[in-house]
Ligand binder design. Structure first.
Ligand SMILES: Nc1ncnc2c1ncn2[C@@H]1O[C@H](COP(=O)(O)OP(=O)(O)OP(=O)(O)O)[C@@H](O)[C@H]1O
Ligand SMILES: [Mg+2]
Length: 584
């Protein structure tokens, strides 16, 4: 019921189209109901015939009428099937957009334990199933129910006793439907969920094709994906087996009507309470009675499928984003000064231990703050709290004196540029990937940003310069080039706060120098939080914060910390031993 309500909240926009569909169906029912009557009339004329011109004329009239009726039926059938799909696919498109928008609103926490392929499957495959519900189920249920009522009415007028007798199978059909519902919907749901797994496995495999080749894992991966391919086949067959049992049960039950009619109809004709013409018409109408019954049992199948899909789509929409904007959130107007304060901040992910505790940091506008510490200590996590990718579990973070939870999410994020270690480039041109930093920037601004990021030189050497497609994940670029595109993006965004997470990790010394220069340009006049593993790059920071065991263990300038005898000095010593050049 809940899933039905969910789908029907999307249909009222298409009431017009759906009403037209239903109207065509009603007319179709009328035409269908009238057709056997023609046969009956024909038989009556023929059997009572005095053989005059009159009767011949009436037969011709009947034939013409039949021709017109069937022509009308053809036109109506077109409208019925096309219009229903217009409504259906429009609803699916609306549902899909809504789900997509909702996915965009959901916080990173939601994505932590979700596979991309699984989510795609809900947006693509499950949403598709809803079409059946709109295009087939709604008009079919309405038209076939009317057809049933109409046929029963006509039959009852002809002979109510026979009518009652021929309805004997109906309760059987209803019982069968109820019995099967218990198994069919879960079977279809299982099938959709396995399809999601198959999508996820494929997505994972195709994204990791390089790793698979490098580790010659083709065979193993084939069997890993193969499990899902076979699983999808099996679950589909399971659902189809149920349906394949259900349909003959319905067909058998309906044919009992014919059995009843042969027996009683024959007796009534023998007893002369029914004419031959009446019995033939009765048989034809009986076919019309069971046509909607069969159609309804087919509809019932697509409804079960559609509801299984709708349930899975609705689950995504039921998911509430955990980073929500307060109704009275304030817009942070203009350009922030860039003061950031963390007060008694504590944080933990949905699973696992406390990652950060008792973090107190007061960052003045224009300061360069470096976060250092052993791997896994929570540096990236701390950086992610500032743009509110996650909310703090304890304490508070403020921007220019406002608790960021009291500001609109957009106005906070607009103040922050991030350059992350794992750069993601979208499928598009180099230029588009830079413009991504600030929509509406001019070409000059974009090129200027690329120059500052030391990216211009290599971009103009690409086959089409800024118009070169750099592929789904920028596969044609090197790690260092990708990073410089990411920096150009950040330059273009020109936000007052800059977060750099190990921006110079995967590059050679020369590229690192280029990137370092680019970053220094980018850092001018901004509040900067930089996470670096190479301590040489952060010597000039205004404040170095050393994290260990989820807490801040020391902080100060390079000189201050080197003067002490803490973790920073030890880390420096170790790095100097491993890589003397970088620190000398
Ligand atoms: N999405 C997540 N869900 C659960 N735990 C997480 C998540 N991301 C990180 N963690 C855990 O939180 C801790 C801190 O991770 P974080 O990425 O902040 O470390 P880091 O200091 O940036 O490490 P590195 O120097 O290696 O980049 C780690 O123990 C990690 O396993
Ligand atoms: Mg990190």
């Amino acid at each position: 019921m809940k899933s039905l309500r969910f789908v029907f909240q999307y249909t009222h926009k298409y009431t017009g189209v759906l009403s037209l569909t239903i109207l065509s169906m009603l007319l179709l029912v009328g035409v269908q109901l009238y057709a056997p009557w023609l046969v009956k009339s024909m038989i009556e004329i023929a059997t009572d015939s005095a053989g005059g011109q009159d009767d011949l004329g009436r037969i011709t009239q009947l034939a013409l009428l039949a021709l017109i009726l069937y022509a009308a039926r053809a036109v109506l059938q077109f409208f019925r099937s096309y219009l229903a799909h217009v409504a259906g696919w429009n609803v699916v498109a609306d549902v899909r957009s809504t789900v997509y928008q909702h996915l965009q609103r959901l916080s990173l926490r939601y994505y932590e334990d979700k596979q991309t392929g699984q989510l795609m499957s809900r947006v693509v495959n499950d949403a598709d199933l809803i079409e059946h519900l709109i295009a087939h189920a709604v008009p079919d249920v309405i038209a076939n129910s009317l057809m049933l009522v109409g046929v029963i009415a006509v039959l009852a007028r002809m002979n109510w006793k026979l009518t009652l007798l021929s309805m004997i199978p109906v309760p059987m059909i209803v019982l069968a439907m109820q019995g099967f519902t218990k198994y069919v919907r879960p079977a279809f749901r299982a099938r959709q969920s396995i399809l999601g797994e198959l999508n996820a496995a494929l997505n994972d495999n195709l994204s990791g094709v390089r790793e698979i080749k490098a580790f010659t894992r083709e065979e193993n991966e084939l069997s890993r994906v193969g499990v899902h391919i076979a699983g999808y086949r099996d679950s589909t067959l399971r659902a189809l087996r149920l349906m394949a049992t259900f349909h003959p049960v319905v067909a058998f039950a309906t044919s009992l009507g014919t059995v009843v009619l042969i027996y009683f109809g024959g007796r009534f004709v023998l007893g002369e309470t029914l004419a031959i013409g009446g019995l033939v018409a009765f048989f034809l109408y009986l076919e019309l009675l069971y046509q909607p019954v069969r159609a309804l049992s087919g509809v019932w199948e697509s409804v079960q499928q559609a509801l299984a899909g709708a349930e899975r789509v609705a689950e995504v929409l039921d998911e509430a984003p955990d980073i929500v904007e307060k109704p009275d959130a304030v817009e942070l107007e203009g350009r922030a000064a860039g003061a950031i304060e963390l007060k008694d901040v504590g944080f933990r992910y949905s699973v696992g231990d406390i990652v950060l505790e008792d973090i107190n940091l007061n960052i003045q506008p224009g300061m360069v703050v470096a976060l250092v510490g052993p791997t896994g200590v929570g540096k990236t996590t701390l950086a992610n709290l500032i743009p509110r990718f996650y909310d703090v579990s304890e304490g508070s973070i403020s921007l220019d004196g406002f608790d960021i939870r009291n500001l609109t999410i957009q106005s906070v994020r607009q103040q922050i540029s991030m350059v992350l270690q794992d750069v993601f480039l979208f499928h598009g041109t180099a230029g588009e990937n830079i413009i991504f930093g600030r929509q509406g920037a001019t070409k000059e601004e974009m090129i200027n940003a690329a120059k500052i990021a030391n990216a211009h030189e290599f971009i103009i050497r690409l086959p089409d310069g800024y118009d070169t497609m750099i592929g789904e994940r920028g596969v044609k670029l090197s790690g260092g080039q990708k990073q410089r595109i990411a920096i150009a993006r950040a330059v273009l965004k020109d936000a007052p706060i800059l977060i750099l997470d190990e921006a110079t990790s995967s590059v050679d010394t020369e590229t690192e120098l280029l990137i370092q220069q680019a970053l220094e340009q980018l850092m001018v006049g901004k509040t900067v939080i930089v996470i670096a593993h190479r301590l040489s790059t952060i010597r000039s920071a205004d404040l170095i914060v050393v994290l260990d065991g989820s807490r801040i263990v020391e902080s100060g300038t390079h000189e201050e910390l080197m003067g002490g005898d803490g973790l920073y000095k030890r880390l420096n010593k170790v790095q100097q031993e491993i890589d003397p050049q970088t620190l000398s």
